[in-house]
Design a protein around this ligand. Structure first.
Ligand SMILES: Nc1ncnc2c1ncn2[C@@H]1O[C@H](COP(=O)(O)OP(=O)(O)O)[C@@H](O)[C@H]1O
Ligand SMILES: [Mg+2]
Length: 199
């Protein structure tokens, strides 16, 4: 009985956490231009994605490593930035799942799937958010197409090819920021978001 009650309590706490994150993620006032905590946005997105990070019958667990530096409040559209975090993190999970299909259990154990998220204040008025995975990387000939609308390498029904082009619009046009991708075949991919702290 005490064990059952314990798991009910843990379950209820997780539900609270997920509902809170979903509300935060989609809240109407998050559509406004305002000062926001970047780390809260990333953490909330990771909570919503948690079911894809845990091991399940088909996929091994993906370890998330956070390396956060102290950041000031950033004037931004928090709801839109969350959408960018979601697009880039989901792509990393997709890439890791696809990569693991081609790896043996032994190879996965030697080099477990991971996503690293780091933040830094750079220059006076800028912050940087990096999202790295250790999946298969992107062939060089494709890197110039990544941000094109409808560019996808995923099967019909899975990819729309819109995630990165929408992210590009949000970062460059809505926030006056910068968005880059560094990728090395066989090593992994990193997306770097840079945005001004104040417009
Ligand atoms: N982390 C990543 N690792 C490998 N390939 C990636 C990664 N992120 C994006 N891509 C490539 O960029 C393409 C476009 O991504 P996106 O615009 O989000 O569309 P979608 O995810 O619907 O395919 C993906 O189909 C994939 O080929
Ligand atoms: Mg995508």
């Amino acid at each position: 009985m005490p064990q059952v009650l314990d798991s009910i309590k843990v379950g209820a706490e997780r539900i609270i956490e997920i509902v809170k994150s979903l509300r935060n993620f989609s809240r109407l006032d998050e559509a406004e231009y305002k000062e926001a905590h970047i780390h809260e946005g990333i953490d909330g997105t990771l909570v919503i994605l948690n079911h894809r990070l845990k091991a399940n019958g088909k996929n091994p667990a993906i370890q998330v490593i956070k390396e956060y530096s102290p950041l000031p409040l950033v004037t931004c559209y928090p709801g839109q930035l969350n959408q960018v975090f979601m697009n880039i993190l989901s792509n990393a999970v997709d890439a890791l799942e696809e990569y693991n299909q081609k790896r043996t259990k032994e190879e996965i154990k030697q080099n477990p799937s991971q996503i690293k998220v780091y933040t830094q204040k750079i220059e006076d008025n800028w912050i940087k958010i990096g999202i790295q995975d250790n999946a298969g990387g992107i062939p060089e000939k494709l890197t110039s197409k990544l941000f094109d609308p409808f560019f996808t390498t995923k099967p019909v029904g899975k990819g729309t090819g819109l995630g990165l082009s929408i992210s590009y619009q949000i970062i460059i046009e809505k926030h006056g920021g910068r968005l880059f991708c560094n990728s090395k075949l066989g090593e992994g991919t990193e997306f770097i978001i840079e945005i001004p702290i104040r417009p």
